[in-house]
Design a protein around this ligand. Sequence first.
Ligand code: NI
Length: 160
Amino acid sequence: MAIRRIRIQGDSVLTKTAKEIPEVTGRIRTLAEDMLETMYDAEGVGLAAPQVGILKRIVVIDVSEERNQPVVLINPVIVEAQGEQTGYEGCLSVPGKSGLVTRPMHVRVKARNLDFEEVELEADEFFARAVCHELDHLDGCLYVSKVEGELIDPTTLEEE
Ligand code: NI
């Protein structure tokens, strides 16, 4: 496994649409492993392939506190969204910033796993937020385009 360089806002790869993955090859498996390692190293909860410069439809997510529940989604599609939540969001490609974004409270996702089997996933609350955020990356969309109000420095947010 290897840590890949995370592309930062301003890099044009982050604004492009990623391509569907037709089959899981060794390169895709390596990409998934590297993306997980890169995400954990950067202490992020999710990472999409365009963020490491690869325009393919694959994301990795781990919203667990123990950092031991990796989810890999290939060609993911949101097939159902319910409810609404508004909360602060950040992105490894937009370091040092955070902003309020409204997302669904619940999503159902169809995707393929690393064996290229069809899988279905239900995600709620913060997990749903992470799924929506990462899938947006596959369509060249950064959360900053959805922020309500100003981007802030998250270290100034006080815990309540
Ligand atoms: Ni992001």
